[in-house]
Write a protein that binds this ligand. Structure first.
Ligand SMILES: [Zn+2]
Length: 349
């Protein structure tokens, strides 16, 4: 059963699968696996923003934007590394306190910001993803963007990636910064499911990120129901909707678990509340298995979504499968109507 799940999402030993898309490879780097520092997120963000006229990016060009991203995030979460001390991060903190100049920061970044991240960037669970850049520090003191990277920027998902990196970064840094046992850390959602927040050690609400930005990559940027592409950019008129897989109205019947991230999916507006939309119906039974798979994919992302999904739906594959099936059975006693989209607009997630 586990193999099926892994193959489905192509996350384990399937980076060589010729059918895996370039978006899937990129997301396996950004969204999955354990992180010990935020450098991978910062490098990804820097690359996505960098002017694209040239394929050679020298370290002295990358150094400042790379460091400034980390400085910005240090203001949000003062921990960007799971170890105790780190000289580069100390320089970033000093910059935030105006104790060193931008030029000093750039020098510090050139000296020690890239020590591990260029080598480790493409490492994924069980191997290495196709290269989005080649390390050419020996010859040109820089990296060379590959066709994979340029192809990534040509996909219909291109506007989603920057939000996905940012959301994953926020979730990770929030989890490692809070003085709460990760197993006890819980993700909460605001009343319409749009924003993720956590309660800190003083029981105060800390806003983390948009739930759309956090979820989209785990659905491969597709509507959960019709598989058409979705957009998570707030500026876009076609921005997708957050949908409660088991309808929110169940909450009034004491289904208290219904407004948590395990039950949130993203859907296009047609599927969510269009003319023949889902509204408060239960999804067609085939989607139960897809929710189960999506939640297992979430678990591969580690801190902190993993802990939240396991806490609420079970710590093993079989527990999680039973949980969804039981939930569906109970929900059916309240809502007897099921729904599926009129037509499918893409390949399954
Ligand atoms: Zn749809």
């Amino acid at each position: 059963m586990c193999d099926t799940i892994y193959n489905y999402y192509m996350i384990k030993n399937t980076y060589v699968d010729p059918n895996a898309t370039i978006e899937t490879h990129w997301r396996s780097i950004i969204l999955l696996g354990k992180n010990t520092a935020s450098y991978k997120f910062s490098l990804a963000k820097t690359l996505l923003k960098f002017p694209r006229q040239q394929s050679l990016l020298r370290i002295d060009e990358l150094a400042l934007p790379f460091a400034l991203n980390i400085c910005e995030h240090l203001k949000l979460s003062n921990k960007q590394h799971t170890g105790s001390t780190n000289s580069f991060l100390e320089q970033c903190r000093k910059f935030n306190l105006n104790e060193i100049s931008k030029e000093d920061l750039r020098e510090a970044s050139i000296k020690s910001g890239f020590t591990y991240v260029l080598d480790a960037f493409h490492n994924v669970t069980g191997g290495e993803a196709p290269k989005f850049f080649d390390d050419n520090r020996k010859n040109d003191n820089g990296i060379i963007l590959t066709d994979n990277f340029y192809n990534l920027l040509e996909t219909e998902q291109k506007n989603n990636f920057k939000h996905e990196v940012e959301a994953r970064w926020r979730l990770w840094e929030t989890a490692i910064t809070l003085k709460i046992n990760p197993r006890l850390l819980d993700l909460h959602l605001d009343s319409n499911g749009e924003e993720i927040f956590v309660m800190n050690e003083n029981n105060r609400r800390v806003s983390v990120t948009s739930s759309k930005h956090a979820i989209a990559g785990y659905q491969r940027g597709k509507c959960f129901y019709c598989y058409g592409p979705i957009n998570i950019d707030r500026e876009n008129d076609e921005v997708c909707h957050v949908d409660h897989f088991f309808p929110f109205m169940l909450k009034q019947f004491d289904f208290n678990n219904v407004d948590l991230i395990w039950n949130l999916v993203l859907a296009c507006s047609d599927c969510n509340n269009g003319e023949s939309g889902k509204f408060a119906f239960l999804p067609d039974k085939k989607y139960l298995n897809e929710l189960y798979k999506r939640n297992n994919y979430f678990i591969e992302s580690n801190l902190p979504i993993r802990e939240s999904i396991m806490k609420h739906t079970g710590s093993t594959y079989s527990e999680r499968k039973s949980f969804i099936e039981n939930f569906d059975r109970n929900a059916l006693s309240i809502q007897p109507h099921r729904w599926k989209p009129m037509m499918l607009r893409g390949e399954p997630i």
